[in-house]
Design a protein around this ligand. Structure first.
Ligand code: SF4
Length: 259
């Protein structure tokens, strides 16, 4: 067993977490990272992935990998909306990894000022300058894996229309054009199931001038006939709210956590 001083061990731990968190390579310390610590598995420096940039430990020189694209976004793994950086393989277009965004106040302490250059952000992520954990951005384990949702084979990517009795659990995929046409124009949209009920479309109920029921004016205009019950946020709720409340003019917008 190789004996390590506590300080060396802490440095190695910080290097492993910092370098692998971003797929970031740090040059100038390969001799130390070859050391195997008894009881810990050997950790490949880059987990087998190409790194997006390398930072020279001594000089701080940053070399960007032109094969990798890095995009800033927001994690939708829960409602905290942490900032993330997505590492994308330019050849395949696939997301390889998600890490914390060092410019985001939920991910780094303190967050990098917005006028920090990208190269300086890589330096902040490295051991150059011995800044310790300052500016080193992270997200939780769930946040690291949320990009898998993009490639989930169960992900619904096309509109589904009921293809059987209500509650039968039968659905069929339809085009976006059909969805828009039937939602806007309405009509006997379930006629093929033997249901001749006329469903009013958006065009018919988009009306701010007439009341839903003249005997009950408190119900407001016909536009209030659009009742929108929202699911989880996932970044779309603000668009839906703007459409229902502002464009359409209905007051009936409900989040799934409100009544
Ligand atoms: S990184 Fe974690 S805490 Fe932050 S939004 Fe994603 S799942 Fe939530």
């Amino acid at each position: 067993m190789i004996k390590l001083k506590r300080r060396t061990f802490l440095k190695l731990s910080a290097l492993t977490v910092g370098a692998t968190a971003l797929g970031l390579g740090v040059t100038g310390c390969s001799k130390e990272t070859d050391v195997s610590i008894d009881g810990f598995p050997d950790m490949p420096e880059t987990l087998g992935q190409e790194v997006e940039a390398t930072v020279d430990l001594q000089s701080g020189e940053v070399k960007i990998n032109s094969d990798i694209l890095v995009k800033s976004s927001v994690c939708m793994g829960c409602y905290s909306s942490c900032g993330v950086r997505a590492k994308i393989d330019k050849k395949t277009g696939r997301i390889m990894k998600l890490t914390g965004n060092p410019y985001h106040p939920k991910c780094a302490e303190p967050a990098l000022p917005y006028d920090t250059t990208i190269k300086e952000s890589y330096q902040a992520f490295s051991l150059h300058g011995d800044k310790g954990l300052t500016h080193r951005a992270t997200v939780c384990a769930r946040g690291n894996s949320t990009f898998e949702q993009v490639y989930d084979p169960m992900r619904i990517t096309t509109p589904l229309k009921r293809a059987g009795e209500r509650g039968s659990g039968k659905w069929k995929p339809i085009s976006w054009e059909q969805l828009i046409e039937e939602t806007v124009e309405g009509g006997k949209i379930f006629a093929e199931l033997g249901d001749d009920t006329v469903i009013e479309g958006f065009r018919k109920i988009h009306n701010q001038d007439e009341l839903i029921n003249p005997d009950s004016p408190e119900m407001g205009p016909k536009s209030n006939g659009l009742v929108w019950i929202s699911g989880g946020s996932y970044g779309r709720i603000n668009f839906a709210q703007r459409f229902v409340l502002n464009s359409f003019g209905s007051t009936n917008f409900y989040g799934h956590t409100g009544t």
